[in-house]
Design a protein around this ligand. Structure first.
Ligand code: 5GP
Length: 114
């Protein structure tokens, strides 16, 4: 069950600011407020999904494809397509997911530790 009382929903509603990297009808990307690597971007859906399992269960095939294409586009914009990057999504209690709105992290801009 999606809970609208989360920080990314506030960013989507423009109630709090974010350093936007990319936006289209269904996707928003912005810089993480607390980066763990030189480049640390977040890519979120405008659709209200709480985590990856929720997204993959309820989003249309077109929406899923569009989302991942947008992630690749954001990597291009950030200039890490050639140098490489890591994408990850936390889901569920063991992952430590902090914000219950589906998002992918893009990490890069330096050699990442395993
Ligand atoms: P999660 O643990 O849910 O996968 O990751 C949530 C991410 O959101 C964290 O990396 C955290 O630094 C980031 N974050 C939390 N609050 C804000 C905020 O208000 N603005 C931005 N830009 N990032 C945030």
């Amino acid at each position: 069950m999606y809970d609208k009382n989360n920080i990314f929903h506030k960013i989507l509603r423009s109630e709090i600011p974010a350093k936007i990297i990319y936006e289209d009808d269904t996707v928003l990307s912005f810089h993480d407020i607390n980066p763990v690597s030189k480049i640390h971007a977040l890519v979120i859906t405008k659709g209200l999904y709480s985590d990856f399992p929720d997204f993959i269960a309820r989003a249309s095939a077109e929406e899923v494809k569009h989302f991942f294409a947008a992630v690749a586009k954001v990597a291009e914009i950030l200039g890490v397509s050639e140098s490489g990057y890591r994408i990850l999504s936390n889901a569920g209690p063991d992952s430590g997911q902090e914000v219950p709105h589906f998002h992918l992290h893009i990490l890069g801009g330096e050699r990442l530790r395993r």
